[in-house]
Ligand binder design. Structure first.
Ligand SMILES: Nc1ncnc2c1ncn2[C@@H]1O[C@H](COP(=O)(O)OP(=O)(O)OP(=O)(O)O)[C@@H](O)[C@H]1O
Length: 378
């Protein structure tokens, strides 16, 4: 049972509160209970149901990815966590406090324990790196001496101690995001929200920032919620994932479970993008619909699970006595599991002879491999 299943979906808050302490993750960092969010009609524009029937929990200390296409409701969800938006129905609980019920000073105090980083960093251009990081501490009323010590600590933590006096215009994208992360962590939050924080960065810098977030999670125990439309971010960093589509949670659970057995088409499409499930162009252009004499049937086999595809071609060739060709293979690792596909060429033998193909498909199905026939090559 995973964290999300352990919190009974759709139960009202009172029932959720009664969950036995024996359920390890019954004390999550964030809980959405019966949430919907509707933006009202405005100046002739119709109202929008941005979120509906949202019931899930984010485990304490986890890194949870919230993935969805544009307009799926990701930002609305994240604004509910830090209380910038109120739900239309339901409750949002953060660290055992109902943030959705707070207002004014109480809300501002609660928001200090929820840090946030942004795609475009949101730094003040007129302040140095150190002064940007100091800002939330000034607002929280820290003394000058305490701010100085804390800012030095934070700059070192994010690996830019030497950029203390630099202005944002003098920093690279990755360095600016490091300042953003230090600022978000200044008041020692228990939750860090990341809204597409690496979307404006190149792949190498993205990798470095994701590594930094992983260290922060490990060393400080901060729960991280990553909003993203990029599967690669979830794959590199998250242990848990919530897939949003049109305002609904369509799947949630451990990354390895969800992406080795994706059920919803939107999850399948994210996975296909992540592992480059498309065929190589040279192969694609050779595939025809009718079996050519002496050709091969092209079969794509999905590989899901630890070591799932390792011996497949050898076993298939041995057990069925076939000269199986490996036309293309793409296998990646997600959450420690192999995910990808093998494209096999099965010799047709005599003209129109489909016996080998039928036997191959039956053999694959016997071993629970999902397979499809894509066509034929000469
Ligand atoms: N303040 C608002 N007023 C009215 N409609 C809004 C508001 N904020 C968001 N919406 C609408 O709610 C829906 C969900 O938007 P949201 O920004 O939460 O999605 P998203 O998944 O974050 O999208 P993106 O990746 O493009 O930022 C969209 O249809 C959007 O137009």
């Amino acid at each position: 049972m995973n964290a999300h299943q352990s919190l009974a979906i759709g139960q009202p808050l009172e029932t959720l509160e009664a969950i036995s302490p024996a359920a390890v993750e019954a004390d999550p960092m964030v809980r959405f209970a019966g949430i919907s969010k509707t933006y009202p009609a405005y100046r002739g524009k119709p109202g929008v149901n941005a979120l509906q029937d949202i019931d899930f929990a984010i485990p304490r200390g986890s890194i949870t990815g919230v993935i969805g296409r544009s307009g799926a409701g990701k930002s609305s969800l994240v604004r509910l966590i830090n209380g910038l938006e109120k739900p239309t129905t339901g409750h949002v609980i953060v660290d055992n406090r109902e943030i959705s019920a707070l207002a004014g000073r109480e809300l501002r105090l609660a928001q200090r324990s929820i840090g946030m980083i942004f795609q475009h960093f949101n730094l003040l251009s007129s302040r140095t790196a150190a002064d940007n990081i100091a800002l939330p501490l000034e607002i929280a009323g820290w003394s000058k001496a305490d701010i100085k010590t804390r800012v030095a600590e934070l700059l070192a933590l994010v690996g830019i101690a030497d950029k203390h006096d630099r202005y944002p215009s003098e920093l690279s994208g990755g360095q600016k995001q490091r300042v953003g992360i230090a600022r978000a962590l200044a008041t020692r939050p228990s939750v860090l929200l990341s809204d597409e924080a690496t979307s404006a960065l190149d792949p190498q810098t993205t990798r470095a920032i994701l590594d930094l977030l992983a260290n922060i999670n490990r060393e400080l125990g901060v729960t991280i919620v990553l909003i993203t439309h990029e599967m690669s971010v979830v794959r590199q960093l998250a242990r848990d994932v919530v897939v949003l589509d049109a305002g609904h949670v369509v799947e949630s659970g451990h990354v390895a479970d969800i992406f080795t057995h994706p059920r919803h088409p939107i999850t399948q499409s994210f996975l296909a993008e992540a592992i480059g499930d498309s065929l190589p162009v040279s192969l694609q252009s050779r595939i025809v619909a009718e079996p050519p004499v002496g050709g091969q049937a092209v079969i794509r086999v999905q590989v899901r699970g630890a070591g799932a595809g390792d011996t497949l071609v050898a076993r298939l060739a041995r057990e069925l006595g076939l000269d199986v060709a490996l036309l293309s293979a793409r296998i990646d690792e997600i959450g420690g599991q192999h995910v990808g596909s093998l494209v096999l060429g099965i010799p047709l033998g005599i003209p129109g002879g489909e016996g080998a193909v039928t036997r191959t498909l039956a053999w694959l199905s016997q071993y629970q491999f999902s397979a499809e026939r894509l066509g034929y090559v000469a």
